[in-house]
Design a protein. Sequence first.
Length: 274
Amino acid sequence: MTEKLVIINGDDFGYSPGIKEGIAVAYIEGVLTSTSAMANLLTGEESLVDLKARLTKPPLGIGVHLNLTYGKPLRGDLFGNQEFTRPMRGQDPAREWSNSAWAEYFRQYEAEDISKEYRAQILRAQQVLGVLDHIDSHHGSDYYVGDVFLNVAREFNLAARPSSPLSEISIEGGDFQNDPTFFDRAKRMGVRTVTRPVMDYFYRYDNPQQAFYASLASIKPGELVEYMFHPSIDNQNGDWRMKDLEILTDPHTAQRIKELDITLTTYSTASIPA
């Protein structure tokens, strides 16, 4: 493979009406190629089928944003009917986004219960949104559940976003690192994935758009790279989400992708690591 392939994913579909609409706009008017849904937040009224039917561009890839840190679990019977919430939220800014706090949080759950919740979320997303092509996780939490994440990817024959644990330095919104074990484990388990993910939050840069373009320019022939964005039409969940939407719908972004000879794609082209 000599093409430079890029997936541009919009996370958090289902989180709020503004985020759902932002993802739709980023796809219809911009360069978004994929989304991942928070299945435990879906109302059942969402439809991406109509969205896909009225477009001439390639179909939107749909995945599941497996979620153990926000909202009610679908298997409340396994989690004491308590809502999920990320560790230390609003309690200790020095540890709220630290690796050790998240590791401690996930030790309270049994692997089998997590697996059952993951399965329920995948089945729910299939029921509401149709055919799926990948899984990833809200807040990168899949790193903390061991092989449960890859096991369900294999069970449902879905590609998977590489794990990205937090660093020990607590940064608002998270400071995500690469998991050096992921690709070997994915290969061993026969799970398809990308060459590498870009977990960067471009809004943190002085010029987010140019930072994104510089990252695109670093892609080499033969790579399949996923970029994680969080577009929204409103600032209910942060101004930064609106900045993401601006980048994705700016005509200069599509032009830059063309100039770099990048082919936009979805997780349907992911393969088992070599």
